[in-house]
Design a protein around this ligand. Structure first.
Ligand SMILES: Cc1ncc(COP(=O)(O)O)c(C=O)c1O
Length: 392
């Protein structure tokens, strides 16, 4: 009897989804397990999509996406990151951030290759490595005082002749950690030294709370790299513009990967929906004001949850600089899935178990604070009560 391919069988089930599947069968759950805000897509973006449909954006587009959108993305990089890109060869519009990860990882790994993945991390990049018959090696960030840091000694020790790729996410899901410019430089030097591809997941680039003013992005790795470096950036409209369900993102890559990803996309998705690409152009053009409002709200939520968590027994939580997650460690928790399940069943608070995020994640839980304050208040109160009533 034919069987499912071993490369597919090796891809682990998402443990966030496993928890969510239990929660979705229950009523009145405070859902903080997924990585999305409950803010709907702004009206001006919805109107742009409707207008694009009326204008006839219902046909196929180029595999790399509408040239006008790629030009807008190049202008965006010049405006917000002071980086010059060639929109014809170095930018590809994708059907989401995860699709940008999928196609670029396909472009750079051969079966049996190894990829170093900085963890705790959203599981999808490691899963994409597995799907290519390659092997992810997880290298946990180290908690030093109140800040996570890249463990370059462990990275170096993990390099083998099969290593081809290093993947990191900054701002990080689930940590909210943001790579410093020194760390970015060192990561770049490291990958140059060992002849590796460097894939930076920058989908939370704009959700950054340390800028001199709200809306200032985290500096992209593209500022440090030159255009001949083996550097790839995966990006998305999902988080910055509240467009998770629209499935649109982009990638930036050296021209050889840019061109290959364009060609491969013909066989994967061909291109993202035409009218969605038009709406994305509007998001880039008009999104800054809404973004600043959202950032102010997120920062308040972060500070509220941080303060609440720091009052709870056995909880240690570093202060994150970006994204919309907190990743508290709870003393005594050795099975974060069991902990989250119990918390869910007893209090109807849904958190993501730390174990879902790979090495370094067990013993913690991820809280997405992009929900309304009212929901966060109830969730923090129930979590505090839960923790005060039991040993783990
Ligand atoms: C780190 C990271 N990268 C990529 C994505 C993908 O976003 P999307 O596929 O919605 O564009 C997510 C979504 O949660 C994420 O957390």
């Amino acid at each position: 009897m034919p069987t499912v391919a071993s490369s597919a069988l090796r891809v682990p089930q998402s443990r966030i989804r496993e928890l969510a599947d239990i929660a979705m069968k229950m009523d009145d759950v405070l859902k903080l397990y997924f990585g999305e805000s409950n803010i709907p897509t702004p009206e001006y973006i919805k109107r742009a999509a409707a207008k694009a449909l009326e204008e006839g954006y219902t046909f196929y587009t180029e595999n790399a996406g509408l040239p006008a959108l790629r030009q807008d993305l190049a202008d965006y990089y010049r405006r917000v990151q002071d980086v010059d890109l060639d929109p014809r060869n170095e930018i590809v519009v994708t059907a989401s951030g995860v699709q940008a990860l999928n196609v670029t990882i396909r472009c750079v790994l051969n079966p049996g290759d190894e990829a170093l993945v900085l963890t705790p991390a959203w599981p999808n990049s490691a899963a994409n490595v597995w799907m290519d018959n390659a092997v992810p090696k997880e290298i946990p960030l180290l908690l030093r005082g109140d800040r996570y840091a890249v463990d370059f000694d462990s990275l170096q020790a993990a390099v083998t002749p099969r290593t081809r790729l290093l993947v990191y996410t900054s701002p990080s899901n689930p940590l909210g950690w943001v790579a410093t410019e020194d760390e970015q430089e060192e990561l770049l030097e490291f990958t140059r030294r060992y002849n590796l591809w460097l894939l930076a997941d920058e989908v939370y680039e704009r959700l950054y709370y340390r800028g001199v003013e709200p809306g200032i992005p985290t500096p992209s790795i593209l500022r440090k790299a030159n255009r001949d470096d083996a550097v790839i950036v995966a990006q998305s409209f999902s988080k910055t513009y509240c467009m998770t369900g629209w499935r649109i993102g982009w990638l930036v890559a050296r021209r050889d990967v840019g061109q290959k990803a364009t060609q491969l996309n013909e066989f994967i998705i061909s291109h993202p929906a035409s009218f969605v690409q038009r709406a994305a152009q509007t998001a880039l053009a008009l999104g800054e004001e809404e973004l600043r409002k959202m950032l102010a709200r997120l920062k308040e939520n972060r500070d509220f949850c941080l303060a609440a968590l720091r009052r709870m027994p056995r909880v240690t939580v570093p202060s994150p600089d970006g994204a919309f997650y907190l990743f508290p460690k709870i003393e005594g928790v050795t099975d974060s899935f069991a902990f989250c399940r119990k918390l869910l069943e007893e209090t109807h608070v849904g958190l993501a178990p730390g174990v879902a995020f790979g090495a370094g994640g067990e013993g913690s839980v991820r809280i997405c604070y992009a929900a309304e304050q009212g929901i966060l208040e109830q969730a923090m109160e129930r979590l505090a009560r839960f923790l005060s009533q039991r040993v783990v």
